[in-house]
Design a protein around this ligand. Structure first.
Ligand SMILES: Cc1cc2nc3c(=O)[nH]c(=O)nc-3n(C[C@H](O)[C@H](O)[C@H](O)COP(=O)(O)OP(=O)(O)OC[C@H]3O[C@@H](n4cnc5c(N)ncnc54)[C@H](O)[C@@H]3O)c2cc1C
Length: 438
């Protein structure tokens, strides 16, 4: 007698939402279902520690968690989903060799996350660098080191000053942490260059908001302002970029800043793949109910940055695009999928904010775990502890990098490929090696 086919659950996107959904499904009912995960890469990227990769503190492999090793029992398809046939219930994808194939599903989870948000600013796509994946982080680390080495090599003081000027746009948590770690890296690299003795790197952090970390608790913003200002970072609030050029940027207040480094961290937008599915969206995110079910399709679930999930703790709003929510969406979606096969009861997604942590590099940080305001080493400790707990693997290696990196770092360029700002798949970069604006 032929074995009965197990119901197949296909998950598109192995980030915070998709990874934790797959893991929960495996735990709850791994043998009952065939779980298929389609992801662009063979790893789950722990994005919150990516600024530390750009800052040369962590090796990139530390934040790339092997899907094969951590999701044993699931079938992994490395590729990019490009279409969903809602009637035939199939997903079409392209593998890394460019071959197209299809996989059918009984339940589908859409968790394709988000990509860089571009604004129609002249020159931006050509001269700014994004920050969304390992290629961008490695490119940025190399680029920062390269600017200092080139600054040390030139006798032209104008060129030297421009190369030692670094502009980050967007003072949300990503931009703030990238600027904080970038500044620590560049000050260390400068110290190793005798020709730059006494020379200071200029770091500017821009945002159109009144304070850094807009939307987060005031205490986080105040602490961040104090720490970064003390380090000499120029916090240019209510300011943005008017035009990006090969030799610098024109700010919204008319000033021209000569620089070779423009880092764009102005937020993200849902992956454009989602808009192409013909399902209802809200600002690019798939519309779902509180059970994470896509409207009109009980067999389709969506979670993470990809989904506009009603926030039951703040009626009328949807949950923010954070790892905290995405991970919990994924787990709740798994429970509701299992319930849709008659095991257990489905439940609504409801999660009260547990606070936020901001890593400012060194022993500095800002955090409000359970709304308790912390700054300095206690905040840095809580932040480190939180990441170690949240990382699904590599904890010992991360801790070892932190300890060793705190003692000594010898940053070198590895000539990572360029990472263009405009790309629908952040973790896959172009193969050219010339940095824009260099
Ligand atoms: C630099 C940075 C720092 C951050 N720091 C924090 C923080 O400290 N705290 C916090 O709460 N949040 C933080 N966030 C936000 C948080 O990481 C996101 O909200 C979270 O990753 C969303 O999870 P997700 O699963 O929806 O998407 P992602 O984690 O982005 O995962 C999406 C996955 O889908 C894959 N994918 C995309 N399209 C396709 C496709 N067509 N086919 C197959 N696979 C596809 C992608 O490659 C990726 O693996 C940070 C974000 C960034 C960029």
């Amino acid at each position: 007698m032929a074995a009965e086919r197990r119901p197949r659950i296909v998950i598109v996107g192995g980030g915070f939402a998709g990874f934790h959904c797959a893991r929960k499904l495996l735990k709850m009912a791994g043998s009952r279902f065939e779980i298929v995960l389609i992801n662009t890469n063979d790893y789950f990227l722990y994005l919150p520690l990516l600024p530390q990769v750009a800052g040369g503190l962590l090796e990139p492999r530390r934040v790339a968690v092997s899907l094969a090793a951590t999701l044993r029992g699931a079938r992994l398809i490395i590729g990019q989903a490009s279409a969903v046939d809602l009637d035939a219930r199939t997903v079409t994808y392209t593998d890394p060799d460019g071959r197209r194939d299809q996989v059918s599903y009984d339940r589908l989870v859409l968790s394709a996350g988000s990509v860089n948000k571009l604004l129609p600013i002249p020159g931006l796509a050509d001269h700014a660098h994004g920050f969304r994946g390992i290629p961008e982080a490695l490119f940025l680390r190399d680029h920062l080191i390269r600017q200092i080495e080139l600054a040390a090599a030139t006798d032209d003081t104008a060129e030297r000053d421009a190369r030692l000027t670094f502009v980050v746009v967007g003072a949300g948590y990503t931009g703030t942490e990238v600027a904080a770690h970038g500044q620590i890296l560049t000050s260390r690299v400068v110290k190793a260059q005798p020709r730059l003795a006494g020379q200071r790197c200029r770091w500017m952090l821009l945002d159109t908001a009144e304070h850094p970390l807009p939307g987060l608790a005031e205490h986080l913003s105040r602490t961040t302002t104090r720490v970064l200002s003390r380090r000499g970072m120029e916090l240019e609030m209510k300011t943005s970029v008017h035009e990006a050029m090969a030799d610098g940027v024109r700010l919204s207040d008319g000033r021209f800043i000569a620089t070779q480094t423009l880092i764009w961290c102005v937020g993200v937008r849902p992956d454009p793949f989602l808009e192409s599915l013909g399902l209802p969206t809200d600002k690019g995110r798939l519309v779902v109910d509180e059970y994470l079910n896509v409207t009109g399709h009980p067999e389709i679930f969506a979670c993470g940055d990809a989904a506009a999930v009603p926030d039951l703790t703040m009626p009328g709003q949807v949950t923010a695009m954070t790892a905290q929510h995405a991970e919990r969406h994924g787990k709740q979606a798994a429970k509701n999928i299992v319930a849709s096969f008659g095991v257990g009861k489905k439940g609504p997604y409801k999660h009260h904010d547990l606070g936020f942590t901001v890593d400012l590099g060194g022993l500095a940080g800002a955090a409000n775990p359970l709304q308790i305001p912390l700054a300095g080493p206690p905040a840095a400790l809580v932040t480190a502890g939180y990441h170690l707990l949240a990382l699904p693997a590599n904890r010992v290696r991360v801790a070892a990098d932190w300890i060793l990196g705190g003692v000594s770092r010898q940053p070198v360029q590895l000539f990572a490929p360029s990472a263009p700002l405009e790309t629908a798949t952040p973790a896959v970069s172009a193969k050219t090696s010339t940095p824009a604006g260099s």
